[in-house]
Structures are given as C-alpha cells and as structure tokens.
Design a protein around this ligand. Sequence first.
Ligand SMILES: Cc1cc2nc3c(=O)[nH]c(=O)nc-3n(C[C@H](O)[C@H](O)[C@H](O)COP(=O)(O)OP(=O)(O)OC[C@H]3O[C@@H](n4cnc5c(N)ncnc54)[C@H](O)[C@@H]3O)c2cc1C
Length: 475
Amino acid sequence: MSGFPTAPGAEASAQRALADAEPRVFWTSQPGRPPIREPLTEIDRVCDLAIVGAGFTGLWAAIQAKEDNPSLDVVVLDMARVGDGASGRNGGFVSPSLTHGLAQGMAMWPDEMGLIEEMAAANFAGWQATLERYGIDADFHLPGELTLSLTEHQDESVRDAYRMHCDKGDAVELLSREEAYARVHSPMYRCGILDRSVGLVDPARLSYGLAAAAESLGVTIHEYSRVTGFDDGGGGAGAVVVRTQQGSLLAQRVVVGTGAWPVLTRTRPFVIPVYDHVLMTEPLTPAQLGQIGWEGREGLADAGNQFHYYRRTLDDRILFGGYDANYHFPGRIDPTLEQSESHDLLARHFFSIFPQLDGLRFTHRWAGVIDTTSRFTPMFGTALRGKLAYAVGYTGLGVGSTRWGARVALDLVQGNDTERSSLAMVRRKPKPFPPEPVRGIGVRITRASLAREDETGRRNLWLRALDRVGIGFDS
Ligand SMILES: Cc1cc2nc3c(=O)[nH]c(=O)nc-3n(C[C@H](O)[C@H](O)[C@H](O)COP(=O)(O)OP(=O)(O)OC[C@H]3O[C@@H](n4cnc5c(N)ncnc54)[C@H](O)[C@@H]3O)c2cc1C
C-alpha cells in the first residue's frame, strides 16, 4: 500500500542501515533521565486535584493549576514513567496550531478560526515563556518547518497551503525546486513552503523539565501508578475516589490526559490508537552533512496524505518518522507492536530522499501510539457530575497544543465559562468512529484510499463520502 516512489538502490541501503538499530526510543534512552518516582501506595490520600497521565497534557494541567492557585494540593499519576507515552517519543515539532493545521481548522470552524488563531498565538507565547521561566533546557529552537512536494500532485497541495496562509497574512515563503534544493539537497524535492512559526524541541527533556517545574511548585508525581477506576464518592460535593493498583486518592477534582489509552469508556468511540514509527540515524559526519546542506536545520515534512517528518538533532543525527499509520484491531496497544515492517519502509524512503547518504546507519527504531480523532483535534468533556474533565485526541500534533488542551480541561473541571470553553471545538464532540469490526475494516479501506490518492491525485468515492459526513483519518 505504498504510493511512494522508492529509488533504485534504496532497498539495499536500507537493509544495511537497519542491521544494528536498537529497538528503543532514542530520546528517553539518553543520559539525564530523572530517577524513578515512587508509586502511590497510600489509601485514600486526600488531594484537591488528581491528574491522570504524566504526558504533556497532565504536566501542563499540573503547572497551570498550581500557577493559578498555589495552595492547591495536586497529585499526578502515571501508569509508567514521565515521557513514556507519546510525549517522550515524538518528532519534537512544536506547531502553534490548535487545529492540526490551518486547512483543517478552516474546514471545521471557519467562523471561529480568527479567535482560535489568537488563542494559538497566545498559547505558543505562553508555552515558550514557561520554558524560560522554569529554565527548561530542552533544545527548543525556531528554525521553521519546510513542507515539500515530492510528486506532481503534491505541488498543488503546497501551493494551496501557501495561498491559504497568505490570505490569512501569515509570513510563509513558497520555494521553487531550486530554492528548496538549495536549503536541503534531495533529488526528490519539487517545491516547498517554509513556515517560520514552527519550532523543534527534545521531547523527553521537555517532559522531564515540565515534571521538574511542576514539582518545584509543590506537585506530587507518582510513576508506575496505573489508574484502574473512578468512583463518584457518593455524589454531591463528595470527593472522587481515584483507584490505582496499590493505592487510592480522594480528589475534589480530576483531570484525565491519557492520550491513546482509553481510561474512560465514554471516549472510546471517538479516539483510536494509531501507531506511528520513527527511526534515528547515527550522528552525521561533516562530510555527510556537506552532502545534504540543511544548514537552516528546518523541520521537514512532505505534503502527501501519508507523510514523513524529519529533523536534525543537537548532535546532528536525523530523526525520520511517519508515513504508515497502523491501527491494530480492535484498538490494541501493546509494546510488541512497536517494531514492525514500517521501519523497513521508512528506511527505504529515507534513502530515496537522501541517496547520497548510503552507508549511514540507524541506531534506534521505535514507535508511539497516536490518539486519533476523526477531526484531528482533541475532544473535551466532563464526567462524574462535572468533577472530572478530560482532554484527549491530539492526533499527532500535541507538543504545543497540549498546554492549551490542559487549560481547557481545567476550565471545564473548575466550572469556568471562558472564551475557550465556549468554542465549538470544545463543546462539540468529533464524529465517532463506527464500532468493531466495521471500524478496523473502515480504517483499512481509508488508508488504501489515501495511498491511492497519493499516487493518482484523485479522491475516490469512499474518501468523498467520508468528507461529506465529516470523518477523516490522519496521524
Ligand atoms: C511517534 C510520534 C510522533 C509524534 N510527533 C509529533 C510532533 O512532532 N509534533 C507534535 O506536535 N506532536 C507529535 N506527536 C503527538 C504528541 O506526542 C502528542 O499529541 C502529545 O504528546 C500528547 O500528550 P498527552 O499527554 O495527551 O498524551 P501522552 O504523552 O500519551 O501521555 C498519556 C500518559 O497517560 C498515561 N496513562 C495511560 N493510561 C493510564 C492509566 N490508566 N493510569 C495512569 N496513567 C495512564 C501514559 O502512561 C502516558 O504517560 C507524535 C506522537 C507520536 C506517537
């Protein structure tokens, strides 16, 4: 199911390059990981706010809740470790967008996009200011993102994106083949668009830094503390009982930010777990770097439905991920699914884009689960008579927007009517995915149709029907 034009020779380069790649996440296996935090073993530990999930959503919720009200007693629980979920294993692209890109926002909420974009800019500024305030050293830099066309059909999407950004007054640049090549030397690039608003970060160091910032404010974080259920605590003003395998909390309020893991039954129809795969190369030598240019260190992506994202690291490796978006019936999440043939496919594509890097080796191969919704933006809501709020479903673009998502969850759980909580993207749920087995079959047909569109440039009947009912599939 690959519409990607693989170059001759890429197969052999890929096989050699993958021979010694370790099956683990590069970011979280680097030195500097904090020691393990103790699990929750206390029974009925009383707190004001319990947060489930120590990914970006949970950590941003903890920090913002304490900044709002330093006297709150806030406890964060994670079933694994800080950064073990999507937050510590992603590409590290930091986009200001809250709507999975401008085109998606314009398609879904054209009337509210002005306000949403204002909120996006304020969120991005607040995101950066927080890193500065707490001295979080996560290699954040702002080189911009270059989206490249690799095929004739993608030329048009690049130009459409350019026009849409220009209409909105965004400072974007359209690059010709020569201009794109001058920045990054790939024989495949046909044209591109440079969006200078996008940054890059080391996601694991960001996770550790946010956790340390939360702790500096007095938040308690328990790792290896899987939440197994909630009880309304008898209703009324009673506390919510948050049960873990070994302990429990009695919390006045609860925020759930568990990404692709369906902790609440009510989010299951709306959020599906989709595996996204990543490779990391060894550091490039100065000679290899000279062969590809890329001195601006931009984040790169290509413009297909099935797209790659890639970037340089501080020590001059290349992270290369994306393309396949694998759903495993009936929504399985299992570490054994993290190693797959998608890595071989990615490696072939890598050497098609950069044939001159033949001989370069991959050191790490991993995958992460993306919490996908049919509209590519998170869903929000409350449960337990408003005492619990959730923010899940960022669909592969949450590094920046989780701060805003956490803010929305806090608005909801505190019962605050704000500009944020009154947005349609907050009040309304995405279209649900159908139940299994139709869901799995539907995802397969959709992926095949998207791959076909990448090959032909034509949207088939199936995709057009989904467009009409407002269901999409992305990562
Ligand atoms: C491979 C990959 C690449 C990506 N690249 C990018 C990118 O470049 N840019 C971008 O913006 N976004 C990217 N994303 C998406 C981004 O990583 C996510 O949107 C973001 O990290 C979501 O944060 P979160 O806190 O909501 O979820 P997560 O980080 O997944 O955190 C959820 C946490 O909940 C915990 N949890 C689950 N169940 C329980 C339970 N029962 N009890 C206690 N804890 C529980 C998990 O252990 C986990 O730590 C990527 C995602 C992946 C997987």
